[in-house]
Design a protein around this ligand. Structure first.
Ligand code: 13P
Length: 250
């Protein structure tokens, strides 16, 4: 069974106002002129999801959210459910990004509950895992990410579309990246863990790399073994840079 089509997703984090939609449109127009072999997604802040979905209607670019609550609705001030994201036009959602794990103490169990809620609402969850610098330097990176895979992927994902994203915390926003050998070694271990966890379903889901991906390093990272795409932060805010990363896979 082959791995699903590669997936390249931009995570705008807490950046972007109405003007920024023009950057998303640039990407959509360029992909209409010359399609990519990857699926492409953009996850703007929640305030822009519906407007981006409208602006990109009919284009190949998929819109996503950056988080969802585990419940479908309820008295949870400030939160957004997966059903609401889908209602706003989202098709995918990032789950348990390290910024949420670190800033809000999100656990593997919460990640699994959120991923299940996302899949139940018809969204494709992108579940994030990654080690800290101390964990890598002490030789524990593989053990840490394996355990995150076991705790964060619910059974419910079997037979449903999802992706895993490997984002080493020390590579996010730092311009530091693991070596390609380290990425291959980690992605290979993640694939093994996904298969142990989900069986056949763990063989297909793409494993995205995230952390300081830019137009210069994208080609070598995206062509590495077991790298099934990228989760891109800063470089996805400028249409031109994001497009250069997407082009690097073709
Ligand atoms: P940067 O690409 O800005 O390092 O961010 C990576 C990331 O966290 C994507 O989710």
């Amino acid at each position: 069974m082959s791995v699903d089509q590669p997936l390249i997703v931009g995570n705008w984090k807490m950046y972007g106002l109405a003007d920024s939609l023009a950057e998303a449109c640039k990407v959509a127009h360029a992909l209409a002129d010359r399609p990519s072999r990857a699926r492409v997604g953009l996850c703007p802040p929640a305030t822009l999801i519906e407007r981006m979905a409208r602006a990109l209607a009919g284009s190949v670019v998929i819109v996503g959210g950056q988080d969802n609550h585990m419940e479908e609705d309820g008295a949870f001030t400030g939160d957004i459910s997966a059903t609401m994201l889908a209602d706003a036009g989202a098709k995918l959602v990032i789950i348990a990004h390290s910024e949420r794990r670190v800033c809000y103490g999100e656990s593997d169990a919460l990640a699994a509950a959120k991923a299940q809620a996302a899949a139940m609402a018809g969204l494709e969850p992108i579940v994030c895992v990654g080690e800290t610098l101390v964990e890598r330097q002490s030789g524990r990176a593989l053990e840490v990410v394996r355990s995150q895979v076991f705790g964060s992927l619910p059974d419910y994902l079997k037979g449903r579309p999802f992706a895993l994203a490997y984002e080493p915390l020390w590579a996010i926003g730092t311009d530091m990246t693991p070596t390609v050998d380290e990425i291959v070694q980690t992605h290979t271990a993640l694939r093994q863990a996904m298969v142990e966890r989900l069986g056949e379903a763990g063989k297909r889901a793409p494993i995205l790399y995230g952390g300081s991906v830019n137009p210069k390093n994208a080609h070598e990272i995206l062509h590495a073994h077991e790298v099934g795409g990228a989760l891109v932060g800063r470089a996805s805010l400028r249409g031109e840079d994001f497009l250069a990363i997407i082009r690097a896979i073709d």
